[in-house]
Design a protein around this ligand. Structure first.
Ligand code: DAH
Length: 343
């Protein structure tokens, strides 16, 4: 019995298997109902009592050696199977990493900043929670001006000196902050979020984005304003673009104008985007009112300047033919993914 076990242990040592069936055969041979172990166990009953202890231990060792060998063979088979499936096709493309994309409003904002930075403008910023002085008073809004009305402005905190804390309703407040800090020449572009108490619809939102421009130096004229904006329009909408300035009114500019660009879609003939006029309104502008310069500590007898302001959503809607403003704020990936190649 001892010889059989020792011989089988040596045989077991050398066994290899190339399939699960072979491992199963091995299990049946040794541990199956009619297998060697049960055979030996039957013989064990005849072993003399004084040898039982030693033989019992040997038999147990034999059984656990067989069990361990089976586990080992199975593990080896698993590993080689994995390796061989990995080997199957090394040329298979890996899973592509999906790239994020910029929001269309960021794309348009960056483009506008780039256009103006090429003619010397630098980016300026100011707070979103502002005060009445920077949003209204310093910009020459009369005390009873409707823009101060509760219906337009989000008031944050009432103050006894009437300089209430408000959410800025336009980025023109950054003009004032810049003029207070810096003497001319000033050439800034101020992008940012603005807030108005408006019902949300396809054409209006209570949060939107503007870009403000400001240029102050000696001898700045309306011709400079017009030429700078013509340059912008051509860069933004294409070389063939024309502009027109219509007289308008803003408290902080005199004279004031509204600028239209020729409609790119119909080439000026009239379509439903330009409502048959051939022109699209894109911004307000004008020569800075001397009161505004003086209120911020810039001598209006020495310096003059122009300012302009536009809505980023509006420019993006025209550029990408987006018909509903709400799409910009809903973060619907089906909308946003359409801009993924626009860098
Ligand atoms: N702040 C104006 C608005 O929100 C836009 C504007 C008009 C800005 C004329 C200007 C400007 O700087 O000169 O409607």
């Amino acid at each position: 019995m001892r010889e059989i076990i020792e011989k089988e242990l040596a045989v077991l040592e050398a066994v290899t298997a190339v399939s699960n069936e072979e491992v199963e055969q091995l299990r049946i041979k040794y541990l199956g109902k009619k297998g060697l172990f049960n055979d030996l166990f039957a013989q064990f009953k005849q072993v003399p009592n004084e040898d039982k202890k030693e033989m019992g231990a040997l038999l147990n060792k034999f059984k656990s050696s067989v069990e361990q060998k089976i586990v080992l063979l199975k593990e080896n088979l698993d590993n080689t199977q994995h390796a061989s499936t990995d080997k199957e096709d090394l040329t298979k493309p890996s899973n592509l990493q999906s790239l994020g994309s910029r929001h269309p409003l960021s794309i348009v904002r960056n483009e506008i900043i780039n256009i103006f930075s090429r003619i010397g403008y630098v980016v300026a910023e100011g707070p979103e929670i502002e005060d009445d002085w920077h949003v209204f008073s310093a910009l020459n809004f009369p005390p009873e001006h409707p823009a101060r009305d509760m219906q337009d402005t989000f008031f944050v905190e009432e103050r006894s000196d009437n300089n209430h804390a408000v959410l800025r309703t336009h980025t023109s407040s950054v003009q004032v902050r810049t003029m207070e800090k810096q003497q001319p020449p000033i050439r800034i572009i101020a992008p940012g979020r603005v807030f108005r108490n408006e019902a949300i619809s396809a054409r209006a939102h209570c949060i939107f984005h503007q870009i403000e421009g400001l240029y102050i130096d000696k001898n700045v004229s309306f011709a400079d304003l017009k030429q700078s904006l013509l340059y912008f329009a051509k860069e933004m909408f294409g070389e063939q673009t024309e502009i027109r300035l219509r007289p308008s009114y803003f408290p902080f500019t005199e004279p004031s104008a509204e600028m239209d660009v020729s409609c790119n879609l119909c080439g000026g003939k009239g379509c439903n985007i330009c409502k048959g006029t051939g022109w699209l309104e894109i911004m307000g502008c004008g020569m800075i009112d001397p009161n505004v310069l003086d209120a911020s500590g810039i001598d209006s007898k020495v310096y003059s300047g122009f300012a302009f302001g536009m809505g980023i959503e509006r420019i993006a809607m025209l550029k990408y033919d987006v018909k509903d403003l709400r799409l910009y704020f809903e973060n619907d990936l089906r909308f946003l993914r359409q801009f993924s190649s626009a860098f």
